[in-house]
Design a protein around this ligand. Sequence first.
Ligand code: BYC
Length: 348
Amino acid sequence: MPTEQTQESYFQDKIDREVRIEPTDWMPDNYRKALIRQISQHAHSEIVGMLPEANWITRAPNLKRKAALLAKVQDEAGHGLYLYAACETLGITRDELYEQLHSGKAKYSSIFNYPTLTWADIGAIGWLVDGAAIMNQVPLCRASYGPYSRAMVRICKEESFHQRQGFDIMLTLCRGTEAQRGMAQDALNRWWWPSLMMFGPRDDDSPHSAQSMKWKIKRNSNDELRQRFVDITTEQAQFLGISIPDPELALDPETGHYRYGAINWEEFKAIIAGQGPCNRQRLEARKTAWADGAWVREAALAHSQKRAAGTSAGAPLADPSGVARSGPTGATSAETNLSNPQPAPYVK
Ligand code: BYC
């Protein structure tokens, strides 16, 4: 019988050799907890992140923009689902995860506690917020936990489209009228600093980084990723012809990186403590969605129970997918549907 210590050194050795950890493998309890914390925070960020953007679907300036925004918000629901599913493989239920969000025990990204005041904010979110998300998430495609790393591959592909649509909105505004350029500048002024905060506290103030990097849950430090983001977006802002609201931003010729001014960490702490401009509103919206969805959950449960009971009794079932299925009578649901264009009722 291996001791806990030998199991742990075997586990670390696997991580060091880049072998993925899978749900049925032995893992230290703290590794499991660290993953649940990070993956669930990420999943919650996706579904809370839908709120400020969804606010603009009905006010998008044209059909093309509306379709792209609608698709983006739907993608975010999908990202939430992949991540919740990955998290559930660690032995926690979806209900427990939601409960942690609703009670305030689990965090979600600080960035979604700011309001979206104009259409340019949708551009700035795509460009900066999704840009920061990609910077942080591409390395997570190589995270040591298999289900998480695989979910991240798909998420990152979609995030790239999100970033492009945001940049395209900014570019259109910046090439537009004086008023439109003004809107783009105002959005950059409001979203720049909160975007830098998305990467988390400074490395010397980040309690989880060292262990998470040893376990390869995280591959890069918060400051490292933040610097990469500043380097890339500064030049994108120059291309757009708008100014980053940081008088200290300057290229350091020695390092080749852009130096930037001090981040207001007091604001960050207040936001993650629940005191941001929209924290209450965001949590209320999630709790209302959960309560309003109770009948859907009940109906889905009743449906699956009926199917299970029906299948075990060998009775024919209407397939909600609409694919013809033959029951013991030889009749298919498609045939039933021929005489009745409505979806076939359950056969008890
Ligand atoms: N917001 O030791 P640290 C997105 C918390 S958006 C709130 O550095 P760690 C999307 C942290 O949880 C982004 N809380 O932690 C984009 C910890 O508190 P607890 C979501 C934050 O985990 C567009 C404490 O501060 N992305 O997906 O090593 C549309 C100490 O921090 C934040 C992810 O979640 C923050 N910004 O590093 C829709 C990516 N930063 O737990 C959606 C995966 C830190 O001890 N997550 N905290 O109470 C990560 O990469 C890491 O968790 C972080 C933080 C870099 C965020």
